[in-house]
Write a protein that binds this ligand. Structure first.
Ligand code: MHO
Length: 242
């Protein structure tokens, strides 16, 4: 028997044993990927204009993506000019190993005035009301507790925030996504003028959207400042990660 034939038989035998024992070797080494969709959780909040709400959550460590949209109402497929009883909202996709619902609640309370009735800041209307949307009873419990704590900070006015079970979330029109970042052509260019669809999904754009609005925690704001300055100094004009 030729060497070639022996080798062939060995390969066939190995293949048969492998099939029989159902042994499978991974075809590539597993890389930990914090962006793996199955690991991510989703939270939705309403706290005034969704332009700002996206920016409030965008640069927190562990937040992978934000989407501006409509929630809390009954109208199917709302649009900006006819959102009916929906509230402007932000959907936050996050890695629960890096940030939790509890911390997101803290950010929610400290970034708007939950006592303002029928509006937020200069924006007047029902679409700007304050809502925590919950996935299940554990989140409802945490939300209710944090609302009580918020109320105890002052008894001179009432915290108007609604706590609702999350129903459908409708992403807003493209022009409302990453709105703050879109006001800054320099930063858009710095990340390579991504097409709209990519911009909406990009974690980098999500973070820079918060940075532009100066809504990142101070240490993160400084970190991004330094990174951008460094890139400009080096004359290498593409920012790929922070
Ligand atoms: N104050 C904002 C509200 C916009 S919002 C996305 C404005 O300039 O109209 O509803």
């Amino acid at each position: 028997m030729s060497l070639f034939r022996i080798l062939n038989l060995m390969i066939l035998a190995a293949f048969a044993i492998d099939r029989a024992l159902c042994i499978r070797f991974p075809d590539r080494i597993h890389k930990p990927d914090s962006d793996a969709p199955e690991r991510l959780k989703t939270a939705v909040f309403a706290l005034g204009s969704f332009w700002r709400s996206e920016a409030v959550f965008g640069c927190l460590p562990g937040v992978v993506r934000t989407t501006a949209g409509y929630a809390g109402g009954s109208k199917p497929n709302p649009e900006y000019r006819s959102l009916a009883d929906h509230a402007e909202s932000v959907q936050v996709e996050y890695d629960p190993r890096l940030i939790g619902f509890r911390e997101l609640l803290d950010v929610f309370w400290s970034n708007h005035d939950p006592r303002q009735v029928y509006g937020q800041g200069p924006d007047v209307g029902n679409q700007y009301r304050s809502i925590v949307f919950c996935n299940g009873t554990e989140e409802s419990r945490m939300a209710a507790l944090s609302k009580e704590q918020e109320q105890t900070r002052s008894r001179s006015s009432i915290v108007t925030t609604q706590i609702l079970q999350l129903g459908p979330f409708y992403p807003a029109e493209p022009e409302h996504q990453k709105f703050e970042l879109k006001q800054n052509p320099f930063l858009l260019q710095l990340i390579g003028n991504l097409p709209q669809e990519e911009l909406e999904k990009s974690t980098l754009a999500t973070k820079l959207n918060g940075y532009v609005a100066e809504l990142c925690p101070p240490d993160i704001q400084r970190h991004i400042d330094a990174k951008i300055n460094d890139i400009i100094k080096k004359g290498w004009p593409i920012l790929r990660e922070l």
